[in-house]
Ligand binder design. Structure first.
Ligand code: HEM
Length: 395
C-alpha cells in the first residue's frame, strides 16, 4: 500500500481563492488522493475520481454535510444538498418541479424580455460593469418575480447569499464575518418569506402547497426556500461574468459564436469547465473504500475538487485553452449523479439568452478592469468593467 501524499497548500488564502489553478495542478500531479493537512481533508483533484465519487452516493454520502467546517456541516444536515436518498429524493422532487427542463418554456418569455431590456440599456451606454450591471440582472429578476419573495430584503439578498457561501469554507475570518449576515437571512426567511407575504403564484408558495398535500414535512419549507436563493444567485452571476471575461480575452471565439449561434450551449459548457464557479464540495465515506488504489477508512471526509477535475490534463487535452468547439458536456461544474445541480436548466437558459442577445449587438468586449471575488465557496470575478463595440463599429 502506497502512502498518501500530503500537501500543506492552503486553498483559502485570498491568492488561492482568486487563482487556485497552480495548487490544483500540483495536487493532480501528487496523486489521485492528497491529504490537505491544514484542514484534514482528503482531496480528489483528478476528473475520473471526482466523477466516480459523484456517481456513488451510497459510498460518498452527503448526509453529514458537504462543506469544510464541522460545525457548519452539523448545522445544515438534512437540507437538500446535505442529505441522501430517500429523504433527498423526496425534497428534490418538490424543489425541482418548477426547474425541470420541460418547465423552462413557461419562463422563457420573462427571461427573454429581461435579457433584451438589460442588454439594450447597457450596450447603448457602451461601458458597464458586466458583473454588477449585466450578470446580476437575470438571477435577481428570477428570485423576485418567479420565486415570489416579499420586497423587503431584496436589496440585501446578494449580500446574504454570498455570506452563506463564505460559511462553506473553514472557520476563518471570512467565515466569522459572514455569520451575522447569515443570521439576518435566516430571520428573513422565517419571518418574512411566509404564506401571506410571499407571492401566491410563486415557487415559494408551491413549496408550502406541497407541504399541505403531505409531500413534504412543513418544517422543511424554509430550507427549501433557501435552495431557490443561495445557490441560484452568485453561481449564475459568476458564470455569466466569467463567460464575458473569456470572450473579451478571446475575440476569435466570440466571432465564432456570432457566426454560429448553435455554439452557444457548447460555449456555456466550455466556460463552466474552464472557470468553474463552485470549485468544490465534499462527501463522507460510509464504508472503507479504495480510490484509484488508495485505501481510505469509513468516516473520511473527501473534498471533490470540481475546479481541478475540469482542468485535468488526463481528461481534457490542452485543458487551459478556451475553445468553444470543444463540446465538454461531461464537465463537473454542475456536479453529477443524485445531487447534480437542480437549477442547471435555468442557469443555462439565463446564460444562453444573454449570450444570444449580446451576439446580436456586440462585436467586441474590451476589459477595462477586473476584480476577483474572494469568497470561501465561490470563484470568479466580483467586478468586470468592459467597453463594447457594436456590430458595424470598428475599433
Ligand atoms: C451556473 C450556475 C450554477 C452552478 C455552477 C451550480 C453548481 C452546482 C453544483 C456543483 C451542485 C452540486 C452539489 C453537490 O455536488 O453536492 C449544485 C447543486 C444545486 N444547485 Fe446549482 N449551480 C448553478 C445554478 C443553480 C440555480 C440557478 C439554482 C436554483 C434555482 C441552483 C440550485 C441548486 C440546488 C438546490 C442544488 C442542490 C441539489 C441537490 O442536492 O440535489 N443552482 N449546483
Amino acid at each position: 500500500m502506497s502512502a498518501i501524499p500530503v500537501s500543506d497548500a492552503d486553498l483559502y488564502t485570498p491568492g488561492a481563492r482568486a487563482d487556485p489553478y497552480p495548487i490544483y495542478r500540483e495536487l493532480r500531479a501528487l496523486g489521485p488522493v492528497v491529504h490537505l493537512s491544514r484542514y484534514d481533508l482528503y482531496a480528489l483533484p483528478r476528473y475520473h475520481d471526482v466523477r466516480a465519487a459523484l456517481m456513488d452516493w451510497r459510498t460518498f454520502s452527503s448526509a453529514r454535510g458537504v462543506f469544510v467546517d464541522p460545525g457548519m456541516n452539523a448545522q445544515l444536515e438534512g437540507i437538500t444538498l446535505c442529505s441522501d436518498p430517500p429523504e433527498h429524493t423526496a425534497m428534490r422532487a418538490v424543489l425541482g418541479r418548477p426547474l425541470r427542463q420541460d418547465r423552462m418554456r413557461d419562463i422563457t418569455p420573462t427571461i427573454e424580455a429581461e435579457a433584451e431590456r438589460i442588454v439594450t440599456e447597457l450596450v447603448d451606454r457602451g461601458t458597464f460593469d458586466a458583473a454588477t450591471e449585466l450578470a446580476e440582472h437575470l438571477p435577481m429578476a428570477v428570485v423576485s418575480d418567479l420565486v415570489g419573495l416579499p420586497d423587503r430584503g431584496r436589496a440585501k439578498m446578494l449580500e446574504w447569499a454570498a455570506a452563506m457561501w463564505d460559511m462553506q469554507g473553514p472557520a476563518d475570518e471570512r467565515f466569522e464575518a459572514a455569520a451575522p449576515m447569515v443570521g439576518e437571512f435566516m430571520d428573513y426567511v422565517a419571518q418574512e418569506a411566509v404564506p401571506g407575504r410571499i407571492h401566491p403564484e410563486g415557487w415559494a408558495t408551491h413549496l408550502h402547497q406541497a407541504a399541505d398535500r403531505g409531500e413534504l414535512a412543513p418544517d422543511k419549507c424554509p430550507a427549501l426556500m433557501l435552495d431557490y436563493i443561495t445557490p441560484s444567485l452568485d453561481t449564475t452571476i459568476l458564470a455569466i461574468t466569467n463567460t464575458i471575461a473569456l470572450f473579451a480575452r478571446h475575440p476569435d471565439q466570440w466571432d465564432l459564436l456570432r457566426a454560429d449561434r448553435s455554439l452557444i450551449p457548447h460555449a456555456i459548457n466550455e466556460s463552466l469547465r474552464l472557470e468553474t464557479p463552485v470549485p468544490q464540495f465534499s462527501r463522507v465515506l460510509t464504508e472503507d473504500h479504495t480510490i484509484d488504489g488508495v485505501p481510505l477508512p469509513a468516516g473520511t471526509r473527501v473534498a471533490l475538487l470540481y475546479g481541478s477535475a475540469n482542468r485535468d490534463e488526463r481528461h481534457y487535452p490542452d485543458p487551459e485553452r478556451f475553445d468553444i468547439t470543444r463540446r465538454p458536456s461531461d464537465h463537473l461544474a454542475f456536479g453529477r449523479g443524485e445531487h447534480v445541480c437542480v437549477g442547471m436548466h435555468l442557469a443555462r437558459l439565463e446564460m444562453g439568452t444573454l449570450l444570444d442577445r449580446l451576439a446580436d449587438r456586440v462585436s467586441r468586449f474590451d476589459t477595462i478592469t477586473s476584480t476577483p471575488l474572494i469568497n470561501n465557496g465561490l470563484r470568479g470575478l466580483e467586478h468586470l468593467e468592459v467597453t463594447v463595440q457594436t456590430a458595424g463599429q470598428r475599433g
